[in-house]
Design a protein around this ligand. Structure first.
Ligand SMILES: Nc1ncnc2c1ncn2[C@@H]1O[C@H](COP(=O)(O)OP(=O)(O)OP(=O)(O)O)[C@@H](O)[C@H]1O
Length: 544
C-alpha cells in the first residue's frame, strides 16, 4: 500500500476452523503487534493500522518496512487494539492555538465567530456562470450567498435537499475564481463522498489521510498515491533501497567500528529521505486546488505543516452540525473565510461527558452561530429529492418551519414504481405507522450495557421485511434502523443470515444515507409514560 507493508493475520491453525472469534477490530483501528509471549510493552514489535477485516483474517498496514520488521510467514504473533489519543491531542492543540492566536489568516474570522465583529459581505460579485446547470433556486441562492460573504456563510441542508451537490458547486466556483480551498468533514466517509463528487470535475483534488481509512474508489486521489506517482518517487525509492541494504549489512557485521559507521550512514540516508519527501509533498500540496481531510486530519502535525500559513483562501466544513466545535477549529485557523454546511436539526456530535456537555461542548459551531446571528448568515435548501411528501411532511412542520417541498420526481413516488416490484398494499403506501400500544410488546433492558431491546418489534420488522422482499423489493434497498444497540443486535440475530444484504444499523450509524424503504423500530414501550429518555428529546445524543 504505497510503500507500506501489508500483513494478514489468521487464527492459529491448531485451534480449529480458521474463522476468527467475535472481535471489534475494524478498518482504521490502530493496533500493536507483539511477540507471541504476550501483549506487554517490551514485546511490542511495532504498531500499524487495520486495513481489512474478513471472517478469517485481519490485515494490517505497517510503516516500518525499512526498520527491519522481520516477520515469519508461519510465526505466531499477538495483535492488540491500541487506544488512539491522536484526536484528543489535536483537539487540545487546536484550542491552545486558538487561545494564543495573535496574527494569521483567521484573525478576523475568529473575532466574527466569537461575536466581537459583525460578519461582512464582499463588495462586488459578478453574476455566476453555473457549473452544474441543474441546481434548483434555493441551491443557487445558497451558492451565490456563500460566495458573496466575506467571513462566514452557513448552508442549512435538511435531508435530501442536495447539500452535497450545493457544497460541490460552491467549491468549484471558488476554484474557478482561483481560490485554494481546504474542505473538511468530521468523518472519513463524508470526506470521501465529497472527493468522489469533486473528482468528476476538472479541479485538482487531493485527499489527506492514512490510505487504510479511505474508500477504495478514491485511493488514487490520496496523497500517498500521488506521491508514489511523482517524479521524485524513483529517487526516494533509491534512497530507501540504500537504507535497506545498510540494514541487512548491519545485521551481519560484528565489528563495532563498522557497525557504528553503518548506523551513521543510515541516519544520513534517513535525513535525506525525509527532506526529499518533504519537498515532494509540499509541491503536491501546492499544486492541488482543493485539499480534503477530516477535521482532525487537517491538523498541523500532518502534511499541511509543509504549506505556508496564508495558503488557503477558504475553509469549507461539511456535516458541520455533527462535528465538535473544537475539531472545526483545527481547520478554521487556516483561512480568512469559512463556509459551513450541515443540518443542526439532525443528530449532534456524541458527547459522553455530561460535564463537558454542560459547559458547551454539545452545541455545534453551526448551531451556536445561528443562535448568535440568526438567518443573516444562513441560507436553507428547501426542495428535497428523496422522500414521498407524506414522509417529509411531519419533519418539515416540526423541524423546518413547514418550508420543505418535495420535488415532483419524488413527491408521489412509491415502492411499487420500482422495476420488478409488484403492486401490493405494502408497496402502495408511502408511510405506515404501527401502534403497538396495549399489544404486550414491552421493552427489555440489558442492564450491563444499559441498552434496550424489544423482541416483539423484532418479529414485526421481520414480517415486513419478508412482505417487502416477496413483493420484489431487494434486501439491499431496505434499511432497518433502531435507536438502541441492543435492538440492533437482536434484529441482526434474527435477520442477517436470511438477508445478508439488508442493512441493520443504529440511528447515528445510518445518518446521511438513503434507501428505498426504511423500517424504524422505536423500541421503547413501558407503563411509565415519562421513561423515554433521549427518544423524547429531539436531537438527544446518548445512544447506547
Ligand atoms: N437540483 C437537483 N436536481 C435533481 N436532483 C438533485 C438536485 N440536487 C440534489 N439532487 C439529488 O438529491 C439527492 C440528494 O443529494 P445530495 O447527496 O447532494 O444531498 P444531501 O442533502 O447532501 O443529502 P443528505 O441529506 O444525505 O446530507 C441525490 O440523489 C442528488 O442527485
Amino acid at each position: 500500500m504505497h510503500g507500506r507493508l501489508l500483513v494478514s493475520f489468521e487464527p492459529r491453525k491448531s485451534i480449529g476452523p480458521s474463522v476468527l472469534p467475535s472481535h471489534s477490530f475494524g478498518p482504521g483501528d490502530i493496533v500493536g503487534l507483539y511477540e507471541s509471549e504476550g501483549c506487554s510493552q517490551p514485546n511490542q514489535l511495532c504498531s500499524g493500522v487495520v486495513t481489512r477485516v474478513t471472517q478469517a483474517s485481519i490485515t494490517v498496514a505497517f510503516d516500518e518496512t525499512h526498520d527491519g520488521l522481520n516477520l515469519e510467514s508461519d510465526g505466531l504473533y499477538n495483535i492488540m487494539k491500541l487506544a488512539n489519543d491522536v484526536t484528543y491531542k489535536r483537539l487540545t492543540r487546536a484550542l491552545n492555538s486558538l487561545n494564543g492566536y495573535r496574527s494569521g489568516p483567521a484573525t478576523h474570522l475568529i473575532s466574527v465567530l466569537f461575536g466581537y465583529s459583525e460578519p461582512g459581505m464582499l463588495s462586488q460579485q459578478n453574476a455566476l456562470e453555473w457549473i452544474n446547470n441543474g441546481l434548483d433556486s434555493s441551491q443557487q441562492e445558497a451558492v451565490s450567498f456563500a460566495l458573496s460573504q466575506k467571513d462566514v456563510a452557513i448552508i442549512h441542508g435538511p435531508p435530501g435537499t442536495g447539500k452535497t451537490t450545493t457544497v460541490v458547486e460552491v467549491i468549484l466556483q471558488a476554484v474557478k475564481q482561483g481560490q485554494k480551498v481546504l474542505c473538511c468533514a468530521p468523518s472519513n466517509v463524508a470526506v470521501d463522498n465529497l472527493v468522489e463528487r469533486l473528482a468528476k470535475s476538472k479541479a485538482k483534488v487531493l485527499r489527506l489521510g492514512h490510505p487504510a481509512r479511505l474508500l477504495e474508489s478514491i485511493q488514487k486521489h490520496s496523497l500517498d498515491a500521488v506521491l508514489a506517482q511523482s517524479d521524485s518517487t524513483n529517487i526516494i525509492a533509491d534512497v530507501r533501497k540504500d537504507m535497506d541494504k545498510a540494514f541487512s549489512h548491519i545485521k551481519k557485521v560484528r565489528d563495532k567500528g563498522q557497525r557504528s559507521s553503518l548506523r551513521r550512514e543510515i541516519g544520513e540516508l534517513r535525513k535525506e529521505l525525509k527532506s526529499r519527501e518533504e519537498v515532494a509533498i509540499s509541491q503536491i500540496l501546492k499544486r492541488a486546488s482543493v485539499i480534503l481531510a477530516t477535521n482532525t486530519g487537517s491538523s498541523d502535525d500532518g502534511p499541511l505543516k509543509y504549506l505556508p500559513s496564508e495558503h488557503f483562501d477558504l475553509v469549507v466544513i461539511d456535516e458541520c452540525a455533527q462535528a465538535l466545535e473544537s475539531s472545526c477549529w483545527i481547520a478554521l485557523l487556516k483561512a480568512r473565510k469559512c463556509i459551513l454546511a450541515g443540518d443542526y436539526k439532525q443528530l449532534p456530535p456524541t458527547i459522553k461527558s455530561q460535564n463537558a456537555a454542560a459547559k458547551g461542548l454539545s452545541v455545534s459551531l453551526m448551531e451556536r452561530l445561528i443562535q448568535k446571528y440568526g438567518d443573516s448568515i444562513v441560507r436553507m435548501l428547501t426542495t428535497q429529492y428523496r422522500m414521498n411528501s407524506a414522509i417529509m411532511q411531519w419533519a418539515s412542520e416540526q423541524m423546518y418551519q413547514g418550508k420543505l417541498t418535495a420535488h415532483p420526481s419524488v413527491e408521489k413516488h412509491l415502492l411499487r414504481d420500482l422495476a420488478g416490484v409488484t403492486h401490493v398494499e405494502e408497496t402502495s403506501m408511502p408511510l405506515l405507522l404501527i401502534d403497538t400500544a396495549g399489544c404486550g410488546l414491552n421493552e427489555m433492558e440489558d442492564t450491563d450495557e444499559q441498552s434496550k431491546g424489544n423482541q416483539g418489534e423484532v418479529d414485526i420488522v421481520a414480517l415486513h421485511v419478508k412482505t417487502l422482499t416477496e413483493a420484489g423489493v431487494q434486501a439491499k434497498d431496505i434499511a432497518v434502523i433502531a435507536p438502541y444497540n441492543l435492538q440492533v443486535d437482536l434484529l441482526r440475530q434474527k435477520l442477517s443470515n436470511e438477508y445478508p444484504d439488508l442493512e441493520i444499523k443504529s440511528v447515528d450509524g445510518f445518518q446521511g444515507r438513503e434507501k428505498e424503504a426504511v423500517l424504524l423500530s422505536l423500541v421503547r414501550s413501558n407503563r411509565k409514560e415519562e421513561r423515554l429518555d433521549f427518544l423524547r428529546r429531539t436531537g438527544g445524543s446518548t445512544w447506547q
